[in-house]
Design a protein around this ligand. Structure first.
Ligand code: NAP
Length: 252
């Protein structure tokens, strides 16, 4: 029995995200890249945030060449960015687009796979900065433009090790538990006062560079592609998931 609110064989309409503006972090590679392409293919204007400009430009060019709404490029390193950087982005979204309908927190660092006893404090801080603090600062800055939308969706990206701790997953696992906490607190704050819904999604093992770094001996061909998990992302970004709030969801 499927107890998840995400329909097992969800089929999004081609215009699911028409007229919607969606910000994707880590949009230059992996799941974030494919999510940005997929949102654009369903009509959204996507804001491509990431740290490697050439990768973002390649995603931008592909979306334009496919004839989808022209995206917006926003190179930013989440490790270095401060609240003022996010507020600048918020102000330009307000001026150029008016409202933000979706925010996909996707960028993350894997960090060290090592026992806590051996973990490097500086590496720990980097992971917590990118995976947790940056997500809080970005969300905080975006709340006013999310409120400008008739309905909006914030999706945090979780992981299996963010729901059950596992040896040697270190700061990454702890950061994903914190992501779940941030999601729950925010969802509860907005529950009765806002048309913004907030959930977390665990993509499960997916064929990307991060997965290959975590499991170097694994054959990537045995893993689902990012494209194959897009129905869940589209469902959560579109109005079909209206009313779902504060839930820790999984693709599988
Ligand atoms: P990925 O292939 O490593 O891609 C991550 C993206 O985030 C990259 O585009 C990367 O930029 C960007 N990024 C990293 N640090 C950044 C920073 N400081 N500032 C801005 N952007 C930054 O990872 P993925 O596998 O697609 O993972 C996407 C999400 O799914 C993550 O939250 C991950 O924890 C989660 N997840 C993945 C799996 C899996 O099996 N793949 C399983 C569970 C959860 P660059 O391109 O410049 O490196």
């Amino acid at each position: 029995m499927n107890s998840s609110p995400i329909p097992t064989h969800y089929q999004p309409s081609a215009t699911l995200l028409s007229g919607r503006n969606i910000l994707v972090t880590g949009a230059g590679d992996g799941i974030g890249k494919v999510a940005a392409q997929s949102f654009a293919a369903h009509g959204a204007t996507v804001i491509l945030l990431g740290r490697t400009q050439e990768k973002l430009e390649a995603v931008y060019d592909g979306i334009v060449a496919a004839g989808h709404p022209v995206p917006i490029l926003y190179p930013l390193d989440l490790e270095l960015a401060e609240l003022a950087h996010y507020q600048l982005l918020r102000d330009s979204i307000e001026t150029e687009l008016g409202a933000l309908h979706g925010l996909l927190h996707n960028a993350s660092l894997l960090g060290q796979r090592t026992p806590i006893a051996d973990s490097d404090p500086a590496q720990w801080q980097r992971v917590m900065q990118v995976n947790v603090t940056a997500q809080m600062l970005l969300t905080r800055a975006m709340l006013p433009v999310l409120e400008n939308a008739d309905s909006a969706s914030v999706v945090f990206t979780s992981s299996g090790v963010g729901r059950k701790g596992k040896a040697y997953w270190g700061a990454y696992a702890v950061s994903k538990f914190a992501t779940e906490g941030l999601m729950q607190v925010l969802a509860d704050e907005l529950e009765n006062t806002s048309s913004t819904r907030v959930n977390s999604l665990n993509p499960g093992g997916t064929r990307t560079a991060m997965r290959a770094a975590a499991y170097p001996a694994e054959d990537p061909a045995t893993l689902p592609t990012a494209a194959s998990i897009m129905p869940a992302y589209l469902y959560l970004m579109g109005d079909d998931s209206k009313g779902i709030n504060g839930q820790a969801l999984s693709v599988r």
